[in-house]
Design a binder for this molecule. Structure first.
Ligand code: BG6
Length: 499
């Protein structure tokens, strides 16, 4: 068991998970809590109550969770002797979400834990349920007086936070009728990813990058979120959401704001979120109009997809951030399912040198800085060097940093570990604020309707039309590729023997 020297232990508390028999609890939440316990970051007093409608005994519930921890936790029972004691801290409470009895019983359980386990009146409610249940549970918690306590009370809400601007505003009102904004933690698991947080360290912890991070030196930015999976068994949800609600409104815009924002005045939740909101406002000033919507061939045959569905599974957009720093610099963003490779990456392509000194060289490949968010998390910086020998022949080479090589494969915490720990410590920096969500909906709402998706082949790089989005500007997408050591699969980014 590794004791953390970097992060303080989470406050003792009762974690109440609504949706305890669901996938998220089994695959993400309990494995993350168990790993925190293995790392010595979960206070010994902390207790976990699972609430769900399923008719389960605590033992059965725990057995299914044990399988989840075995399969999905970063540190599973084979790596840590804490599982037996961790298991004893969890209990299952069956109840209907709309029945006040569920909440009066829950209140007594919480009271008992405060008295006998030392949870100090601190409560973390986690809504791992379908979104239509959010208002129901929030209202019932308020009626039972569970929105207040002798300690702190916080509520974590999963995406999707609304399905458009109006519904998200309505949900905000319902939540704010019971909880103060400071108590509400809207989760976007991308913000919990180590490499996404590293964007802040990379930009503001180094003196050499930030001076170049603007319209004077950057030609354009690309953000790619490409997935190999299709919609699988989730079409019931996905067919109503589509890529705009599922990825763009949240994960993609979060990556964009962190890439584009100004240095915050301080490293705290308010300052960080203020800066992100400013970026979103700058996009709203000149909302994206140029884009390509796609749907993979075969989507219409997936189980639970409506006949003739126009739901897009791919989007590529040109986004302008209308402010002093980024005037005239396009941010090309794309996300899609059923593509050739799984990769999330942010590329800054720099401008060409102002004068080409070397004769007979043609043109030089532009410098590129690529932040690999996942997989093969790391950073590459490409630059030109002289090929050894006579004459002056350029070759593009890369400086590379990879987490796996430096820290080992198990070193990166899962996003939910980080976010749950922050939630227990009351650090809202990596959670979305109400105004951030509203601005994001304002940007994407015009992109939701009236865009006929073009069909693209599964396993491809997306629709050909997406290439034209950049070629009309004299640019190209970075090729999708398997991994940082693999071969390019499409196009030629730099010289043939690059990397
Ligand atoms: C989720 C989306 O929020 O993020 C999924 O609902 C998507 O459709 C997933 O597959 C991607 O997350 P990650 O961490 O695998 O990139």
């Amino acid at each position: 068991m590794a004791e953390s020297i970097i992060h303080p232990v989470g406050d003792p508390c009762s974690v109440v998970i609504f949706g305890a028999s669901g996938d998220l609890t089994c695959r993400k939440l309990v494995p993350a809590l168990h790993t925190l316990s293995c790392e010595g970051l979960l206070a010994d007093e902390t207790r976990i109550i699972g609430v769900a409608r399923s008719d389960l005994e605590t033992e059965d519930w725990l057995n299914s969770l044990e399988e989840g921890v075995q399969s999905y936790a970063r540190l599973n029972p084979a790596f840590c002797e804490r599982w037996p004691s961790f298991r004893r801290r969890m209990s299952y409470h069956r109840g209907s979400y709309d029945d006040s009895v569920t909440y009066t019983q829950l209140a007594s359980l919480l009271q008992e834990q405060d008295e006998y386990s030392g949870t100090s009146g601190n409560r973390l409610f986690y809504l791992a349920v379908p979104p239509q249940l959010y208002p129901v549970i929030v209202e019932q918690l308020g009626r039972a007086g569970l929105n207040r306590s002798t300690g702190w009370v916080r509520i974590v809400i999963e995406k999707p936070f609304g399905h458009d601007l109006a519904s998200s505003t309505e949900l905000d009102e319902q939540v704010h009728a019971v909880f103060e904004e400071e108590q509400v933690l809207r989760i976007d698991h991308y913000l919990g990813k180590e490499t996404v947080q590293n964007l802040l360290m990379f930009r503001f912890g180094n003196a050499i990058f930030e001076p170049l991070w603007n319209r004077n030196y950057v030609d354009h930015v690309q953000i790619t979120m490409s997935e190999t999976v299709g919609v699988g068994h989730r079409a019931g949800y996905y067919d109503r959401a589509g890529v705009v609600r599922d990825m763009l409104q949240n994960h993609l815009l979060q990556l964009l704001t962190l890439t584009a924002m100004e240095p915050p005045a301080a490293f705290d939740a308010r300052s960080l979120r203020d800066e992100k909101v400013k970026v979103l406002k700058a996009i709203c000033a000149n909302p994206p109009r140029e884009g390509v919507w796609g749907q993979y061939r075969g989507y219409l045959n997936e189980p639970d997809v409506t006949i003739g569905s126009k739901t897009p599974t791919y989007i590529a957009l040109k986004v302008m951030v209308d402010n002093w720093r980024w005037q005239g610099v396009p941010f090309y963003v794309r996300s899609g399912k059923n593509l050739a490779y799984k990769t999330t990456e942010i590329t800054l392509q720099f401008k060409q040198p102002p004068h080409l000194l070397f004769p007979n060289v043609g043109s030089l490949a532009p410098n590129r800085l690529v932040l690999y968010i996942q997989p093969n998390e790391g950073v590459h910086l490409s630059f030109g060097t002289k090929q050894p020998g006579f004459g002056m022949h350029p070759q593009t080479v890369n400086m590379m940093y990879h987490y796996g090589q430096t820290y080992g494969e198990q070193a990166l915490p899962d996003a939910y570990e980080r976010l749950l720990l922050d939630a227990m410590q009351g650090d809202a920096s990596l959670f979305a604020r109400s105004d951030e969500i509203q601005q994001a909906w304002t940007i994407v709402e015009p992109l939701l309707q009236g865009h006929e998706p073009v069909v693209y082949e599964p396993g491809s790089s997306g629709p050909d039309e997406a290439d034209a989005l950049l070629t009309v500007d004299g640019r190209n997408w970075s090729p999708l590729r398997e991994d940082y050591g693999g071969q390019y699969v499409r196009g030629e980014a730099f010289s043939a023997d690059d990397e």
